[in-house]
Design a protein around this ligand. Sequence first.
Ligand code: NAD
Length: 248
Amino acid sequence: MNPIRELAARLRQARQVLVLTGAGISAESGIATFRDAQSGLWSRFRPEDLATPEAFRRDPALVWRWYAWRREQVAQAQPNAAHRALVDIAQRVPTTLVTQNVDDLHQRAGSPDVIALHGSIARTICSVTKLNIDADWLAAHPGEPPRSPHHADGLARPGVVWFGENLPPDALDRAEAAARACDVVLAIGTSALVYPAAGLPGTAQRNGAWFAEINPQATPLTPTADLAVAQAAGTAMPAVLAAWEEYA
Ligand code: NAD
């Protein structure tokens, strides 16, 4: 069977779906993934060297400016057809959406209850207490970055999870519970290199779920997938919805 039709059929028959997304689902919204070359100003920096607690300790202003640039990119971006298709699918079958993205595009597309494992680029937190710093306070306290209002030794920092940091335990617990409960798991646009997120499809499979991946490139999870769709998410996801209609 054609892979898109097979995926549509599996989703239609599912009782509970888990979707795991990564930076690739937002690539067609114009947001660079970490594995793509960065453009312009930031092309000489590797994201893996900026999105770390060590980088922020070494040069907080550099990391702050990089996030300000990315926040700008995200603010100008719009959800694409793949984000929108996931809203539609969740209306047809019970779905838990877990994302590694920090761009809030799923929420802006209208997905309810997104489990954002790596936080949100729109948030700012205290580097020591991790408490939220609100936007009004930030607007009144310029600085690259300003000192934290919550702790004398703290700085304002992006409210995202950096490489080497722990995930918010409640978000991870909910994602793992959803992985154990689903009967279909779909990974879209993730290189599957960052754990524990990359372990969710395996957890689902060990509990009997059928696993499909949508990614134009092979990943370490591709050999374990029951179905690999080597297409861009913005092409594959609307096609899945169209195939769904054919079965209806
Ligand atoms: P990644 O950058 O490691 O991998 C992106 C994957 O998407 C690749 O496997 C690539 O082949 C695939 N891809 C590229 N274009 C695609 C398309 N049109 N359709 C489907 N797939 C496509 O991303 P990751 O696995 O999410 O891990 C990187 C970490 O970086 C994450 O933890 C995340 O927090 C962070 N990040 C987030 C954003 C964002 O919020 N948009 C952007 C960059 C990085």
